[in-house]
Design a protein around this ligand. Structure first.
Ligand code: PMP
Length: 392
């Protein structure tokens, strides 16, 4: 008798493996220049400083033990101080919660804030990791497009006027993944006002805010309303392997997240939290380090944008890359980026087609390019290969 295979939860019905992860398997060939990944450059991660902090932690108490579910208290102190400076108000430690990367904050918040079928508004194109979380939570997802000023808050306003009542609006306010754009201050204020007036949560997902090139990112959306939960992370400025992210949220949200965190993994790693606290508290060192990362990424971003603009002229429109890790580009000549991809791979270059991030608008003529892990000359070669594939 063949065994009856038990089912998975029905709410997982719509879950797909990330198209990007599937694509990364194809781009692993050494001869392919990959603009497809979304990884920070490992060469820029502060290996020696992390080793020194690890040694100091191992010589002290507590780092091999379980730690508090909301995070190791001295790290939360450092983060509270950092976030107080960013938000222009005193952030109490009870409103700071450390998570296993900001991805875990998204996942725990989905459980805390969403009932099955609840409406979540995301940006289009969207951060795929957020889409996965909201889909797994059984949310109904509606998308609002991005333009050069970030989320089209006027479209959100229209949705609200039609009687839609979101539980959560998710935004990547700075140097968007994948869209490359930053939300303007006017839109930030407008979004925060709508959240306060209509009583919905905004999740401001901000792992890239520190990675500005010419001028700092605008004030966080969270500056303007207590309904905004702000997520940040050490992944892009220190190392994703620390798995240290954090959120700033009202005490009631943090306490609900705490209960779920206990069930998810009891607590984060005391060792990596102690390392993160050491590095984040060392202000002079941190400033020098982050300035260096910005300088290198800024130079690479400019090289990529310049190569795309000179190589494709008016057949491609791309973002300026004022910070973060990504350039978003639209072909204006009707090129379908999914169809172009096999030829591009053959020519030795990879990117992610816009369709991988599309929610409602197909983005068939768009692509995301990551500039962090290749030097300027390599990025120029990548664009030359792409132009050859496009012409061929
Ligand atoms: N949010 C966004 C917009 C991201 O791009 C990422 C990383 N790709 C994350 C959250 C998660 O980052 P981490 O868990 O490493 O902090």
């Amino acid at each position: 008798m063949s065994p009856t295979v038990p089912p998975l939860a029905a709410k997982l019905g719509g879950l797909k493996s990330s198209a990007i992860r599937d694509l990364l398997k194809l781009t692993a060939r050494a001869e392919v220049i990959s603009l497809a990944g979304g990884l920070p450059d490992a060469e820029l991660m502060p290996r020696e400083r992390i080793a020194a902090a690890a040694e100091a932690a191992l010589n002290g108490p507590g780092c091999l033990q379980y730690t508090e579910s909301p995070g190791w208290a001295p790290l939360r102190d450092v983060l509270a101080e950092r976030e107080s400076a960013r938000l222009g108000r005193r952030v109490p430690i009870d409103e700071v919660f450390v998570t296993h990367g900001s991805q875990q904050a998204l996942s725990l918040l989905a459980e805390v804030l969403l009932d099955p079928g609840a409406l979540v508004v995301v940006e289009d194109p969207a951060y795929v990791g957020a889409l996965q979380v909201f889909r797994a939570a059984g949310a109904r997802i509606v998308a609002v497009p991005l333009d050069g000023e970030g989320m089209r808050v006027d479209v959100l306003r229209d949705l609200l006027a039609r009687g839609e009542r979101p539980a959560v609006v998710h935004t990547v306010s700075n140097f968007h993944n994948p869209g490359g754009v930053t939300m303007s201050t006017a839109r930030r204020r407008e979004l925060a006002e709508l959240a306060a007036a209509q009583g919905f949560w905004v999740i401001e997902d901000d792992p890239y805010g520190e990675l500005w090139f010419d001028r700092p990112a605008p004030e966080p959306v969270a500056t303007y309303s207590p309904n905004v939960i702000r997520l940040s992370s050490a992944s892009k400025i220190l190392s994703p392997s620390l798995r240290v992210g954090w959120m700033v949220a009202p005490d009631a949200v943090c306490r609900a997240v705490e209960l779920l965190k206990q069930g998810a993994d009891l607590c984060g790693s005391a060792l990596t939290q102690q390392i993160a606290a050491d590095l984040l508290a060392d202000r002079d060192w941190l400033t020098t380090h982050v300035d260096h990362v910005r300088g290198v990424y800024g130079e690479r971003a400019k090289a990529l944008v310049h190569a795309v603009r000179t190589g494709f002229g008016d057949r491609v429109v791309c973002t300026d890359a004022a910070g973060g890790m990504f350039v978003w580009a639209d072909f204006t000549d009707g090129t379908d980026t999914r169809q172009l991809l096999p030829r591009a791979l053959e020519a030795g270059v990879a990117y992610v087609p816009g369709a991988a991030f599309a929610v409602e608008n197909g983005y068939r003529n768009s692509m995301r390019m990551c500039f962090t892990t290749s030097e300027a000359a390599v990025l120029e070669e990548a664009v030359a290969r792409l132009a050859a594939a496009h012409a061929g």
